[in-house]
Design a binder for this molecule. Structure first.
Ligand code: PXG
Length: 285
């Protein structure tokens, strides 16, 4: 069945979902987005995603051309129109059509695009066996360049790191910041466990403030597990007991090898498995 896509102010058939070649989203990656899950018909952590979208837009001086309530309603209508109860929503705000110059302020009207579709997940088996990762040579964007807290339409920084991973035969890369501390994976946040303590880099180290990250920290604390936000080095990753990533697409997934160093006993560890279970229960509750 053809998808119904929200374009600007209404739902249209997939074939009619078109944007201008002069939209600065296409010409310059100028815009912001969110990737949101729907579990059992419920839009997951919706308020947090909307907060982050409006924050990202504010920082790049992009006026979202819809009030929050109206936008939330458009997202719900798109999910309903596609008759999906478990899916992935891509909510995009483009700068809009301008000319071939950089000036964003001549773009007449920002565009809203909402897609509700299935998401390609890691095969279920990988959640049992865990993933291998490599350290990327490409560092995460410097905060004085494009702050990594913005979920912008320009993912080239992360794509370069992803290419490094694929070239080395793995699907994920760990990115470091300009000071050599761990920032994040290409589309996920990083956690390790050492001596029973869960550690994750502060978002100031150069990561997106992941909504799954926030939730996993909350779920871990509820289990009386200690969670510490602190700078992590490559050494810390090499010698940790457990290692996992969190994100909307991946949820919670264990890492079993980084740069040829095996983590723990080479299988996702007990805290990783517990948090994955708690996340699943919360998402489907
Ligand atoms: N860091 C980056 C750079 C991301 O893009 C995360 C961390 C995790 O944040 P959330 O809020 O999702 O826990 C992301 C999120 C995809 C896809 O299609 C990627 C993301 C989200 C949804 C889908 O690969 N990235």
């Amino acid at each position: 069945m053809a998808l119904k896509i929200w374009m600007y102010d209404k739902l249209v058939d997939e074939e009619e979902a078109r944007i201008s070649v002069f939209d600065h989203a296409l010409l310059y990656g100028d815009g912001v987005f969110e990737g949101i899950r729907v579990y059992s018909g419920k839009i997951f952590e919706f308020a947090a995603h909307l907060d982050r979208l409006y924050d990202s837009a504010k920082v790049i001086r992009l006026v979202v051309p819809m009030d929050r309530d109206v936008l939330a309603d458009a997202v719900k209508k798109t999910v309903e129109a596609n008759k999906v109860t478990d899916c992935y929503i891509r909510l995009i705000v483009t700068r809009g059509a301008g000319d071939l110059g950089l000036n964003p302020f001549i773009c007449k009207k920002a565009g809203i695009i909402i897609i509700a579709d299935n998401i390609q997940l890691y095969p279920e088996q990988l959640y049992e066996t865990g993933l291998k990762v490599v350290s990327a040579a490409t560092i995460r964007n410097h905060p004085l360049s494009l702050p990594p807290q913005i979920k912008s339409l320009n993912y080239l920084n992360n794509i370069l790191a992803k290419i490094e991973a694929l070239d080395k035969g793995v699907s994920e890369a760990i990115m470091y910041n300009h000071e050599g501390y761990v920032a994040e994976a290409v589309a996920d946040n990083v956690f390790i466990v050492k001596n029973g303590v869960i550690c994750t880099p502060p978002t100031q180290a150069g990561s997106l403030p992941g909504i799954t990250r926030t939730l996993v920290i909350r779920l871990a604390k509820k289990e009386n597990l200690e969670v510490v936000e602190k700078n992590l080095t490559r050494f810390d990753l090499y010698v940790c007991d457990e290692f996992f990533l969190t994100g909307t697409a991946a949820e919670v997934i264990g890492i079993i090898d980084i740069d040829g160093r095996v983590i723990g006993d080479g299988k996702p560890g007990p805290i990783t498995r517990l948090l994955k279970k708690k996340f699943y229960e919360y998402a489907h509750s």
